[in-house]
Design a protein around this ligand. Structure first.
Ligand SMILES: O=C[C@H](O)COP(=O)(O)O
Length: 243
């Protein structure tokens, strides 16, 4: 059975004053039967990792090279050095904002694995692609192009149009994509593909988490805005535990 995972992506939000939220989430993670991962901005990683206990810490991106003249970047080994054990890769805000391709995401995933990090690989279609009936085709192509050689990954399906908008796909739309992802992971990795957690992301809130977690092959969530405050994230963690 894939692990149930509640993951939070703080994006470019948070200062040292936010460490109290991480502390509260870490305390709740101690009681949770599920895995909890928090991906704060890079400047908080080291202090967050010290607070974390059973809460795992992740980066939000890494370079594909182990080191070198890449001003402003961070390597997978440096994330691990801060205490991270996961890294989000291929988020649509990087695919779209910085032109990251599937092959670059794949190279980053390989680099992450070499440094002992588990990549959380994000996939998702735009509103135009969904309207054109291309959602499945787009997401499955991203999966094939972005996966590393090893099955030690987490997948996050995040329709771009659902991120930060309050719009959420229907249960049938999420089901269709997660079923297809599960089948493709099985086809690629065999039995190991059945163990890969597939998260849903995009406007997950305490109010809709229960319905989303009831969907077959939804093994948790990658949460943006509602992970910034423990008072929002804890009910999502509880819904996952009860699912
Ligand atoms: O990585 C997280 C996603 O982009 C979802 O963000 P959101 O929960 O604010 O819609």
């Amino acid at each position: 059975m894939p692990q149930k995972i509640a993951a939070g992506n703080w994006k470019m939000n948070g200062t040292q004053a936010s460490l109290s939220e991480i502390q509260a989430i870490a305390e709740a993670a101690q009681e949770s039967p599920c895995s909890t991962i928090l991906c704060p901005p890079a400047h908080l990683l080291h202090r967050a990792a010290k607070l974390a206990g059973p809460l795992a810490i992740g980066g939000q991106n890494c370079h594909h090279a182990p080191s070198g003249a890449f001003t402003g970047d961070i390597s997978a080994a440096q994330l691990a050095d801060c205490g991270a054990s996961y890294v989000i890769l291929g988020h649509s805000e990087r695919r779209e904002g910085y032109g990251e391709s599937d092959s670059l995401v794949r190279a980053k995933a390989q680099a992450a694995l070499q440094s002992g990090l588990t990549p959380i690989i994000c996939l998702g279609e735009s509103q135009e692609q969904r309207a054109a009936g291309q959602a499945l085709e787009v997401v499955l192509a991203q999966l094939s192009g972005s996966l590393p050689d090893d099955a030690q990954v987490i997948i996050a399906y995040e329709p771009i149009w659902a991120i930060g908008t309050g719009l959420v796909p229907t249960v049938a739309e999420i089901t269709e994509v997660h079923d297809a992802l599960r089948a493709q992971l099985h086809a690629i990795f065999g039995a190991a593909g059945q163990e890969i957690s597939i998260l849903y992301g995009g406007s997950v809130k305490p109010s809709n988490a229960q319905e989303i977690f009831a969907i077959t092959h939804v093994n948790g969530a990658l949460v943006g805005g509602a992970s910034l405050k423990a008072e929002d994230f804890l009910p999502i963690m509880r819904s996952l535990a009860e699912s």
